[in-house]
Design a protein around this ligand. Structure first.
Ligand code: SF4
Length: 327
């Protein structure tokens, strides 16, 4: 039986076992095109009505409240330290390919001790990639699970603990996956080289240029925010992004430095929601990716909490840290 069928059957079983009379389906934007088919199929197999959430979900931190008995959340692995109620994670990681020769594009790596990183989608590839690299003479280090991390070697945009755990043991990091954000975040937190083996393109690259560009951008955001008169501190209501204590701390720092600041509570942090407010710079306590990856979508500088500390003189630029959501 195909892996996808197995996961679907597990989902059907979970719905029937829960005794739910109505089910809500939540999915990331990338799976929109399949949502209606999946909903229909689940409905046929279980005889339970299925509703779709039209709001996209950006991670397992973002489980939508719906008027249903069970939520089926597609496309993300659960975050272990969050307490979910009546949620089934329909998570379908990709099986490793027969042939890993595309990894040769990343070789030779800049050092023989390698920290192996990936995302939840490719977590099943880790043992095979490790074996492949070890056959080529590399020593492979994989960070363990814990906190927000469900699988060994798994990066989240809000938790790079698997990289930090092995940083002192390795000469470089190899990220096997797709997209730049996760490995870029690691490159920003360590001086060690980060190489990306891109599973979609079958190519490899180092992230030195992206890292320099991002550092320049962050430096620019901090410099612009230094002349801001009023700051807006953003707090998300999403289950795994809600950091009110941090926002209160940042507010107290602003007061200490005689800066005007106001807390804003919202679901999704977006420019549309922030339009019209008389604010000179934003400080984001929601998903840490927003300030870095979506920076250009905002009309005013948007800072991480650590960058706000630099603006206020509470932290030195040399002590720059990526924002993470700690357990
Ligand atoms: S907080 Fe952001 S990076 Fe973390 S799981 Fe949620 S969407 Fe992903």
């Amino acid at each position: 039986m195909e892996r996808e069928d197995l996961e679907f059957d597990r989902c059907v079983e979970a719905i029937l076992h829960s005794g739910a009379k109505i089910v809500g389906l939540q999915f990331p934007a990338g799976l929109k095109t399949r949502a209606v088919d999946i909903a229909r199929k689940l409905q046929q197999e279980t005889d339970v009505p299925v509703m779709l959430s039209a709001d996209p979900s950006f991670g397992a931190c973002d489980v939508k409240q719906m008027p249903v008995d069970l939520i089926v959340h597609l496309g993300h692995a659960p975050i272990p330290d969050l307490h979910y109620k009546n949620v089934f994670f329909y998570d379908n990681p990709l099986p490793p390919p027969e042939n890993l020769a595309f990894l040769d594009n990343a070789l030779p790596l800049p050092g023989m001790n390698v920290g192996l990183l990936t995302t939840t989608q490719f977590r099943g590839w880790v043992p095979k990639v490790r074996e492949y690299l070890e056959q080529k003479g590399y020593s492979v280090f994989v960070g363990k699970t814990g906190g927000r991390i469900a699988y060994e070697g798994q990066l989240l945009g809000c938790d790079y603990s698997v990289a930090r755990a092995v940083e002192n043991d390795v000469d470089c990091f190899l990220f096997v996956g797709s997209g730049d954000f996760h490995p870029l975040a690691v490159a920003l937190m360590t001086p060690k080289p980060v190489v990306v083996a891109d599973v979609e393109k079958g190519t490899a690259r180092r992230l030195d240029e992206e890292k320099d560009r991002t550092i320049r951008q962050r430096h620019g955001a901090i410099t612009t925010a230094q002349s801001a008169g009023t700051f807006g501190i953003l707090v998300s209501t999403k289950l795994g992004q809600h950091r009110m204590e941090l926002a209160q701390y940042l507010l107290s720092l602003a007061e200490k430095h005689d800066k005007l600041a106001q807390i804003f509570i919202m679901d999704l942090v977006s420019q549309d929601a922030l339009d019209g407010y008389k604010i000179d710079a934003w400080v984001n306590t929601a998903c840490p990716r927003v300030a870095i990856e979506d920076y250009l979508m905002f009309k005013k500088p948007i800072l991480t909490p650590q960058e706000f500390e630099i603006v206020l003189g509470e932290r030195q630029w040399k002590d720059y840290e990526m924002d993470e959501i700690k357990s």
